[in-house]
Write a protein that binds this ligand. Structure first.
Ligand SMILES: NC(=O)c1ccc[n+]([C@@H]2O[C@H](COP(=O)([O-])OP(=O)(O)OC[C@H]3O[C@@H](n4cnc5c(N)ncnc54)[C@H](OP(=O)(O)O)[C@@H]3O)[C@@H](O)[C@H]2O)c1
Length: 351
């Protein structure tokens, strides 16, 4: 049985989680999903790109990374100074792109993904900004090339939102959606409703490893803006520019406001809204991310703590709600793994 050869670019928290999962479960892939998986290339920023057509030793590379040693010191592997050079010089059947690419330009992720798609190599990614900024183009390129482009974990991590909306609801017409898409922010607002100040709730989220030392991407709403742009591109087929999404964060919210909103059974939520004046992403767009007092009879009022929710309106289905955990590297890794398995099934004709 032939192998599905994988390039794994990005060997940080998510990349290593995926490598461990493939190391642990890869042996069962052939029996379960119809095709075995071999990781032939791994890249990071520090050590460049290592490639062995016979398969890299994942366990050795994970051990090296955990010890802070170069992951490129693997016997038998060829090494390039950067991932893009390695991708251009080698071959694979799937790119798993899990670098962290900034909002200004989405590089290096965007170039990695384009390199693969232009060569008819499918792409799985958790990297938000390249998809937020160019998701409609990347998806169109993948369609033209007849290969998959999957980004499940970019929205709600391991909770399957994109596959549900684009595959489970295939054939329906998406009309609009609203949701709570940042678990860290939702937890901070929950704790504020319970009596903590903003500073105390943020410090607590940082203490448990949910919020970054620099929490700006979460609390100022940029992370949620990226997710709104991804949903627009991949579910509605409409590419938004960043400035089309109105955004206000939660740093100015007081404990009093959070408690007041919660006093009648509702709650203060950081709500993402995406709507179009026409069906299926046509017409004028309304895209915003803002704190909002949600009344008790609104489903979003029940979404508490480090949880995410998305309510989608589609015709003729009506309202579909997806609620689930939305934070943590194992969840992001799970979303990537589910996308890899979807590609394996497609390649083995076992979908
Ligand atoms: N962690 C989560 O919970 C989560 C959830 C959903 C989505 N995501 C997204 O998933 C992606 C990965 O997240 P993460 O937490 O794993 O980030 P991370 O720990 O910071 O790892 C990023 C990896 O990308 C590598 N990298 C950066 N520039 C590169 C380049 N030019 N060429 C090759 N590799 C490069 C880094 O290399 P070095 O190791 O050499 O620095 C590192 O290995 C991000 O886009 C993130 O937004 C993460």
């Amino acid at each position: 049985m032939s192998q599905l050869r994988v390039w794994l670019v990005g060997f940080g928290v998510v990349g290593r989680w995926v490598a461990s999962a493939l190391d642990a479960q890869g042996g069962q892939f052939a029996a379960r999903y119809g095709r075995a998986v071999t990781v032939v290339g791994i890249g990071n920023a520090r050590d460049g790109f290592s490639y062995d057509p016979n398969g890299l030793d994942l366990s050795a590379m994970l051990t090296a990374a955990a010890r802070g040693r170069p992951i490129s010191e693997q016997g038998g592997a060829r090494v390039w100074p950067s991932a893009i050079e390695g991708l251009r010089a080698t071959d694979a059947d799937l790119l798993v792109e899990v670098t962290a690419s900034p909002s200004a330009g989405g590089e290096p992720g965007l170039s990695h993904m384009r390199e693969a798609l232009q060569r008819r190599i499918p792409v799985v990614t958790s990297n938000k900004w390249p998809v937020a900024l160019r998701g409609a183009d990347l998806a169109a390129l993948a369609r033209r090339q007849g290969v998959a482009f999957r980004a499940e974990s970019t929205v709600m991590s391991g909770t399957p939102v994109l596959s549900t909306l684009t595959e489970g609801l295939a054939g329906s017409v998406p009309l609009g959606l609203r949701g709570v898409l940042n678990a860290t922010v939702n937890r901070i607002l929950s704790q504020m409703a319970d009596g903590l100040s903003y500073a105390e709730a943020l410090a607590e989220a940082q203490r448990v490893g949910l919020a970054e030392p620099d929490p700006a991407a979460d609390v100022e709403g940029h992370d949620t803006v990226a997710k709104v742009m991804i949903l627009s591109a991949l579910v509605f087929g409409r590419q938004l520019r960043r400035e089309q999404v109105t955004c206000s964060g939660i740093a100015g919210i007081t404990g009093e406001q959070a408690r007041q909103a919660a006093s009648d059974g509702g709650r203060l939520s950081h709500v993402a809204t995406l709507a179009f004046s026409g069906p299926g992403g046509t017409g004028n767009v309304t895209a915003r991310v803002q704190p909002q007092a949600v009344p008790a009879d609104d489903l979003l009022a029940r979404v508490d703590g480090a949880t995410n929710a998305l309510v989608c309106q589609a015709s003729p289905v009506g309202e579909v709600t997806i609620i689930g955990p939305g934070a943590g590297p194992q969840l992001a890794g799970q979303g990537v793994l589910s996308d890899i398995i979807a590609v394996v099934r497609q390649h083995s004709g076992n979908s």
